[in-house]
Design a protein around this ligand. Structure first.
Ligand code: NAP
Length: 278
């Protein structure tokens, strides 16, 4: 992992960020960048050795307090421990909901138990941790929730459909919370990475070297762009999308249509209740 030149070990503390999936890839880069921005950290994942090595390095390099909280987030007791930390620790100012798995195979080549496990981690766990963190953020009038979705949230034809659906859930929940929590001091950002060079692709069954190089971003660039998007006040950040205007136009069309989605009468094209003459 490359060091961030903007690292500032003496930065004023920003409170504590809890990052799930911090043992590798995108989550480990969030840990690096947030420590250099002045956050203390709580790092969550299953791999204790990797978490401990990252905590040692970041603690040494930045002087921040870096705690490790090893947990298998698909295990009920483990997730309850992480939820308890989020509910009770008043110093937590940011939750990065990053832990997730993907899949690339279509339905006919996929195992339903693996699909269900993916829904559990990508959807249920993210939801439980969000519900554990947000009440404290609201009570303190401050807090940031970063939800790592994916471009497949709006491009479900790209990879496995259950993976796309799980990330569409992350985007929809984030947008709903942006609406619900407006004016309560809580920021909610959904991040939609495109292909990013991490172990994700090996685990999903398609090592990243199979993708055209021009599609694939480094995890460092992806996270730096996402944090820049957060700084710029973006609610939805798509690091590879050349113009935010394109997202804004897509959103404007959705919001305009949302005022026409419910009506006592079916649309005229269905000819429901039309009088048949002759
Ligand atoms: P990664 O390197 O495989 O990281 C996944 C992280 O999740 C690891 O730290 C892993 O740690 C953790 N994790 C997996 N299962 C877990 C469990 N049961 N309990 C606790 N932690 C668990 O992949 P990544 O690319 O950084 O993925 C991070 C997020 O980015 C995911 O939500 C993914 O869907 C999203 N994303 C990735 C890409 C991409 O192209 N890479 C694109 C769009 C979105 P342990 O194995 O130590 O538990």
């Amino acid at each position: 992992m490359t060091a961030n030149p903007s690292a500032n070990p003496s930065a004023k503390t920003q409170g504590t960020a809890l990052i799930t999936g911090a043992s590798s890839g995108i989550g480990a880069v969030y840990a690096d960048r947030l420590a250099r921005r002045g956050f203390d950290l709580i790092l969550v994942a299953r791999n204790r050795e990797r978490l401990a090595a990252l905590a040692d390095r970041l603690g040494g390099e930045t002087g921040r307090k870096v705690e490790v909280l090893p947990a298998d987030l698909t295990d009920k007791a483990d997730i309850a421990r992480v939820e308890a930390v989020l509910r009770t620790r008043g110093d937590i100012t940011m939750l990065v909901n990053n832990a997730g798995v993907g899949a690339t195979a279509p339905l006919l080549a996929s195992d339903i138990d693996k699909m269900e496990a993916m829904i559990s981690l990508n959807v249920s766990v993210l939801t439980r941790l969000t519900y554990a963190a947000v009440p404290g953020f609201v009570a303190r009038g401050a807090g940031t929730l970063v939800n790592i979705a994916s471009i497949v949230a709006i491009s479900p034809e790209t990879l496995n459909g259950v993976y796309g659906g799980s990330k569409a859930f992350v985007l929809a929940l984030s947008q709903s919370l942006q609406h619900e929590l407006a004016g309560k001091g809580v920021r909610v950002q959904a991040v939609l990475p495109g292909a990013t060079a991490t172990e994700f692709w090996d685990i999903a069954g398609l090592p990243v070297h199979n993708l055209p190089g021009e599609w694939v971003m480094t995890a460092e660039d992806m996270v730096d762009a996402s944090l820049a998007g957060l700084d710029q006040g973006e609610q939805v950040t798509i690091p590879a999308l050349p113009s935010q205007d394109e997202w804004n136009a897509f959103e404007a069309a959705r919001r305009a249509m949302s005022t026409r989605l419910s009506n006592a009468a079916p649309a005229a094209r269905y000819k429901v209740g039309a009088t048949v003459s002759g």
